[in-house]
Design a protein around this ligand. Structure first.
Ligand code: AMP
Ligand code: MG
Length: 355
């Protein structure tokens, strides 16, 4: 009797939350042109609500990808590119999210002992320029030389960045310092979008922004969880290595297969070890699952920049953070909590919450 009552109640809530059941269907859209990546949004809603929410997502993506763009400036805003040009001369008034993300990274740098340093820009831009040159003309592209990297590394101290939160201004105390937000910008934007969607008419959604995935409330098709694939770094066609089942969680991956060039068998990828100033060699990929997409993005880069054993110890100190490592020899390691949500360890999407 109780069970039937609970079922009726759940059905009523479902109908109330989504208009009539028949109107509430699964929709998907792929969005191009922001963050240099492909974005997909899936949601359970009426056609009208989905279009509305997808429109808002598109607007937010466009806004955040302009704010965090390190390579191009835009009329009417002092974005990251403007800040890098002027921040060494004077305090620059920036959009609130830009000041916020820098402050959050400064706070995290104190708590998390890892290699994610958004002030590594002067070094990262040398590697970016190399990858760009290589893509255009491999014959003429030369690797950044050791001396140039060392000189650039002298201007990478995050405490040299002063943020005035109230005034929303940022100033660099070191005129040669540059910020690069590639490690966190997508996660920050994904988190803001997720917060908006959770309060909207479409709280049941899955947003995928490059290697950053955020799951909203459970899908409205009877499954208790969304399924999120973890890519196999060694498969050139991007096959899935495992699947994790989540609701209201972020799943973020940093991997050496995302942006790289292969020269004489050496993979020069995009995540740079601040100790060596060369692409990090500890692992092939790290996936982090936690509630906040920004934190997950910060941590996935940080864990990529240390040996898995050290990463495991770090994750143990953090609450509600799970991680999966794919090591250089392609073996997989997981935290105990990750094992509980991984398909390879027996988890599936049909478990009903509480059962
Ligand atoms: P992710 O894919 O989230 O790990 O971020 C990779 C991006 O972060 C790169 O494309 C760079 O823009 C930036 N990046 C690379 N190395 C570092 C580092 N050591 N600290 C901070 N950002 C980095
Ligand atoms: Mg990251």
């Amino acid at each position: 009797m109780r069970k039937r009552l609970a079922l009726c109640l759940a059905l009523c809530m479902l109908l109330a939350g989504c208009g009539f059941q028949t109107e509430c269907q699964k929709h998907s859209i792929t969005l191009f042109g922001t963050f240099d990546t492909v974005v997909t949004l899936t949601g359970y809603a009426s056609e009208k609500s989905f279009q509305q929410e997808a429109g808002k997502v598109r607007e937010m993506l466009e806004y955040y990808s302009m704010v965090f763009d390190a390579y191009q400036e835009y009329d009417g805003m002092n974005n990251l590119c403007t800040l890098n040009r002027l921040g060494g001369q004077a305090a620059v008034t920036v959009p609130e999210p830009l000041a916020d993300v820098i402050l959050q990274c400064q706070r995290l740098a104190q708590d998390v002992d890892g290699g994610t340093n958004i002030a590594l820009g002067s070094v990262l831009f040398l590697w970016h320029d190399f990858r760009e040159a290589y893509a255009k003309n491999p014959e003429n592209a030369s690797l950044p030389d050791e001396r140039t990297l060392q000189l650039a590394a002298e201007h990478t101290c995050l405490t040299d960045v002063t943020v005035d939160e109230a005034a929303s201004t940022v100033r660099y105390e070191d005129a040669a310092l540059k910020l690069d937000l590639g490690a966190v910008a997508k996660g920050y934007a994904a988190q803001k979008i997720a917060e908006m969607l959770l309060k909207s008419d479409m709280p049941s959604f899955l947003l995928s922004l490059g290697g950053n995935v955020v799951a909203g409330e459970a899908p409205l098709d009877g499954r208790a969880f969304w399924s999120v694939g973890v890519q196999d770094p060694s498969d050139q066609y991007g096959a899935t290595l495992d699947v994790v089942f989540v609701t209201e969680r972020s799943v973020v991956t940093s991997g050496d297969y995302q942006r790289y060039c292969l020269i004489d068998g050496t993979r020069y990828h995009h995540i740079i070890d601040p100790e060596t100033l060369y692409p990090a060699q500890y692992v092939r990929a790290v996936t982090v699952v936690c509630q906040d997409a920004f934190l997950a993005d910060y941590l996935s880069t940080a864990l990529f920049l240390m040996p898995p054993e050290q990463g495991m110890t770090l994750v143990e100190t953090l609450e509600n953070v799970e991680a999966l490592w794919v090591t250089q020899d392609n073996t997989v390691q997981m935290t105990p909590g990750m094992k509980e949500i991984a398909q390879s360890q027996g988890a599936n999407a049909h478990r009903l919450a509480g059962e």
